[in-house]
Design a protein around this ligand. Sequence first.
Ligand SMILES: Nc1ncnc2c1ncn2[C@@H]1O[C@H](COP(=O)(O)OP(=O)(O)OP(=O)(O)O)[C@@H](O)[C@H]1O
Length: 265
Amino acid sequence: MLQVNEVAIHFGGVRALDGVTFEVEPGQILGLIGPNGAGKTTLFNCITRIYRPTAGTIRFDGRDLLTTPPHRLAGTGITRTFQNLALFGTLTVFENTLAGGLARSRTGARARAWEILERLDLVDVAGRPAAGLPFGTLKRVELARALMAGPRLVLLDEPAGGLTHSEVNELGRLLVSLRDEYGFAALLVEHHMGLVLGISDHVVALDFGQKIYDGTPAGVREDDAVVAAYLGRAKSGARPETTESDARPEAAESDARPEATEAAR
Ligand SMILES: Nc1ncnc2c1ncn2[C@@H]1O[C@H](COP(=O)(O)OP(=O)(O)OP(=O)(O)O)[C@@H](O)[C@H]1O
């Protein structure tokens, strides 16, 4: 359904993506992993037309996405959430959710918004402005907005970032049940390995803009290249836990990341 073919993008001397090729099947959750600066968010930005790749093609249902105007993307069936949230602070949770449906016909939009808010346990805060609500709640609002367009592919950029242990477990169950119910595929960028390996059908790993792994979640921990580039450095505090434990505080992790990236380079 999504075909990313030999995609490359350079920022000055930095090869953020260097010939990346992979596919996402309908209904599949594909986990996209890799160390800081590997190119994961850049890939999202290429798919969603924020960045224009230097080379390569991206096709969705056979359609050339790189010639599709960015504002038509939701209409093609692709939506996303943002690592650092991109909600309208002064709008209510209901209004933020409704905004995700503007690419669809107005008919039934309000009813669909209520249905999604109920599904995501957001009815109690539906009338509250987004600004000031807890981070974990806002992450769910982003998901609600992404689902409003009735997507066939959702790009999830670190949905577990900043969530507590129990919230991450709950998120994993929620994503799988939403996928089963609504039938969308998902591209999941996430450092929380327990979540990625627990819910992904397939995993792709990037390192310095290149694909180093494309296979099953079960094979990830056994793969020498992924262990060397990413998992094997968990003890540094800048890499993910290699166990299912998520005791590692997210804030400390992100503080450590840029420095670790510099060191790695
Ligand atoms: N607009 C830009 N201008 C210059 N360099 C950029 C730009 N966007 C990304 N980069 C660089 O491209 C590389 C890939 O960054 P990207 O944010 O995609 O990594 P990532 O895998 O998402 O990392 P993280 O896990 O920390 O979010 C980095 O070296 C980054 O500094």
